[in-house]
Design a protein around this ligand. Structure first.
Ligand code: CA
Length: 225
């Protein structure tokens, strides 16, 4: 089990990594956000322990790239900030757990073990809204028991909507999350994509629909009768 320890306090980092090693973990230690980002890009870790007060950047800024790189790697935030708002920020930004300093080493190690033994629970691999269901690990979209035949982009669009039902996504937001950098994109690509996806949802009897909020964007919500 390989762990990334992001901690700029050299003494604390040494003690922590020593303790983790004695419990059988392999530990990579970095002291800056930049080094952490490089490590996350290069190595697939089993868990990340993240300090927030880093010399170059706030550790919170690492949560999103880490999530993108490996959605199932648990991240435990370990920091001196103990205000409830800091805890909420960290958890909302994608941390799986939070511990305030000072901490008891044995508790940290137990928590890491707990995080690592439930990979299936930590991340939603099933997204659903009403009778529409998306299984991300199997890459299957269903309305009731009817499987939808979706293109890669239609699937990505549906995933985006199901992650935030009743939220309006602008055309730009949709383009950015569905199409990669430098992909050729016609000006009506999103409209065409939504049109196809709506037709497939309706044909399968979905109880939700993608509503066009004129001039604002698109939203997945209950079907209007
Ligand atoms: Ca620090």
């Amino acid at each position: 089990m390989r762990i990334l320890l992001v901690e700029d306090n050299a003494k604390l980092a040494a003690v922590t990594s020593e303790a983790m090693r004695s419990h059988g973990f392999a530990v990579d230690r970095v002291g800056t956000a930049q080094d952490a980002e490089d490590a996350i890009a290069a190595v697939s870790y089993d868990a990340i322990i993240l300090d927030l007060g880093l010399p170059d950047r706030d550790g919170l800024s690492l949560l999103e790239p880490a999530r993108r790189r490996s959605p199932s790697t648990p991240i435990l935030v370990l920091t001196a900030r103990d205000a409830p708002s800091s805890i909420i920020d960290a958890l909302d930004s994608g941390a799986d757990d939070y511990m305030s300093k000072p901490f008891v080493m044995g508790v940290l190690i137990s928590r890491i073990r707990v995080l690592m033994r439930r990979p299936a629970l930590r991340h939603d691999t099933i997204l659903s809204e009403s009778n529409v269901r998306l299984d991300l690990s199997q890459h299957v979209a269903k309305v009731e028991e009817t499987e939808l035949q979706l293109s890669r982009r239609e699937f990505a669009a549906l995933e985006l909507f199901l992650r935030r039902p009743n939220r309006v996504f602008s055309k730009i937001e949709m383009e950015e999350s569905i199409y990669g950098f430098g992909e050729e994109l016609s000006s009506n690509a999103v409209e065409v994509l939504i049109h196809r996806l709506r037709k497939k949802l309706q044909a399968a009897g979905a109880a939700v629909d993608i509503h066009n909020m004129r001039g604002i964007g698109y939203m997945l919500a209950e079907k209007r009768s």
